[in-house]
Design a protein around this ligand. Structure first.
Ligand code: HEM
Length: 490
């Protein structure tokens, strides 16, 4: 296989920047009539974008003037910049014809305009209805901040460095673009987000554990000796980066603006932690089991996600209890499959979040075929938290908090949308009634969450979702050379 041109790929594709836990994303609109200025800004930005690798080969530190991941490991520079553009954002600088190779869903956007017609098909596909309808989004939807051209992503090691970076970059950006407007104070909309030291999201679960590993990446090379893990996690590069073969052995985008780029799905998912905790506690109180309430709560929480709060996967917990034989479970925190280890979902429920989001070998009768199929529906997740952390002493503080969910993939319809629609939002996932994803946002009817158990299944009433979509857009994370091409006059 061709070597991947990591020096031309933006760093976010290969790393979630754990060294840079502070971040601000600035969604913006180009100013009217400022295409020339926008191109000049892109040209100046291109060499400053964080890349996945140095020119030449990925692992060699030094040798390139542009920032790349190896330098991050050497602690300099302490910041990273990445850029993504929407379809209108690309058309404005490169002309509408430049969009021809991009997919329909990207061109249409996450929330196609409704006008006076029926709810657009995409809202139905994603389940963006009711409280999660684009009608009430803060940005990217139908009302406030409907049009978005681009997203400047800024990452730093500490808050002060981040603030200085934001101030500098906002000033330069403002000459060619207008930031979107924050609904609360009318200032620039800053999507401020964090990775916490304990790597937990707001509901209290460790996140970011399971990621696909790109064939040809340094991590895949390190895994080469471990055949079982390689089989589960390593995926062809074309599933995420254009210009290389995907799992169907098809290469696309090598000769157009998509080369060395990836689609970036961004969703602002608000989390109602107090409601989630109340739901778990109520369900735990109804369990006849004499264990202490806290133990029962953790039992239920783990079954909603498929991992306990510390990330230990239930499918690997030896006797089905949370954590199981801890050391083994921890060591094998991600090298598990479902078909043989837990076919009936008695350890890790069929409808749990991780079993839907990546069913591994557990769908249908042929585990090998299922694993192959799962490899065609993977996402690289780069989500970060926004809002204050939840304080159990002040459960109803009115604070808005959630996940800035970010997924990278080369086929939005076949990867992100398929997972959201056919797996997370599917009441009959795994060919039986299991309700929709416990962490999902579907808000149509009363829901039931089914937990496989002996002697009978546990059925929990979920009266409303704990998650609500507040904004979002489909972006494209271009390769560096593509940014340079967009900077050229049309
Ligand atoms: C606020 C909403 C969400 C929360 C709190 C959440 C939380 C989590 C947690 C705690 C995990 C387990 C840790 C891990 O395996 O890394 C996980 C895994 C995952 N989630 Fe989510 N998630 C949310 C929404 C979504 C959405 C909307 C999607 C896709 C459309 C998604 C896709 C995934 C995938 C693919 C995995 C990895 C599964 C695996 O490979 O085993 N998540 N999520």
């Amino acid at each position: 296989m061709d070597n991947i041109a990591w020096h031309d790929v933006q760093g976010l594709l290969l790393s979630g920047y754990p060294q840079l836990p502070w971040s601000v994303y600035l969604p913006f609109r180009w100013r009217d009539g400022a295409a020339e200025g926008a191109r000049a800004w892109l040209g100046a930005l291109a060499p400053r974008l964080m890349r996945a690798g140095a020119a030449g080969e990925p692992a060699a530190p030094g040798g390139a003037a542009a920032p790349h991941l190896q330098l991050l490991k050497a602690k300099a520079p302490p910041v990273a910049l990445n850029l993504a553009l929407t379809a209108p954002g690309i058309a404005a600088v490169s002309g509408a014809a430049a969009l021809a190779p991009f997919s329909l869903e990207f061109r249409e956007g996450m929330a196609p305009a409704r006008g006076n017609g029926p709810v657009p098909r995409r809202c139905n596909v994603l389940g963006d209805l009711g409280a999660s309808s684009p009608a009430s989004w803060d940005w990217g939807g139908w009302n406030g901040n409907p049009s978005v051209d681009g997203l400047l992503m800024l990452f730093a090691a500490d808050e002060a460095t981040l603030e200085a970076l934001v101030a500098r970059e906002l000033e330069a950006l403002r000459r060619v673009a207008e930031p979107l407007v924050a609904p609360d104070n009318g200032g620039p909309l800053r999507l401020t987000s964090r990775l916490y030291d304990d790597l937990k999201e707001h509901f209290g679960f460790r996140d970011g554990i399971s990621q696909p590993i790109i064939e040809g990446s340094p991590r895949a090379e390190r895994l080469a000796e471990n055949r079982e893990a390689y089989r589960i996690h390593v995926v062809k590069p074309g599933e995420f980066v254009f210009g290389y073969p995907n799992e169907r052995r098809v290469t696309s985008g090598r000769d157009d603006l998509r080369n060395n780029g990836s689609y970036l799905v961004l969703r602002q998912l608000e989390q109602d932690v107090a409601e989630f905790n109340r739901f778990v506690e109520q369900a735990a109180r109804q369990m006849p089991d004499p264990s202490p309430l806290a133990v029962k709560c953790e039992w239920i929480r783990a079954r909603l996600v498929g991992r306990d709060s510390d990330g230990v996967p239930l499918a690997r917990a030896s006797d089905g209890t949370v954590g199981g034989d801890g050391e083994l479970a921890r060591a094998k925190i991600n090298d598990f499959l479902f078909a043989h280890e837990d076919p009936a979902g008695l350890r890790c429920p069929i409808g749990s979040h991780i079993r839907r989001a990546n069913p591994r070998d557990g769908r249908g009768d042929d585990p090998e075929a299922a694993l192959l199929l799962s490899r065609m529906h993977r996402l690289i997740r780069r989500g970060r938290m926004y809002g204050e952390r939840f304080d159990p002493a002040r459960p109803d503080d009115g604070g808005r908090r959630g996940t800035l969910f970010m997924a990278l993939n080369a086929d939005i319809a076949g990867q992100f949308e398929m997972i959201q629609h056919s797996w997370l939002n599917n009441r009959h996932f795994g060919d039986r009634h299991v309700g929709t994803d416990p962490l999902g946002h579907l808000d149509e009817t009363e829901e039931a969450i089914v937990i496989q158990d002996r002697p009978v299944n546990l059925v929990l009433d979920k009266r409303k979702p704990f998650v609500r979509v507040r904004g979002g857009a489909y972006f494209f994370l271009p390769g560096i050379e593509a940014v340079r091409r967009m900077a050229q006059p049309v």
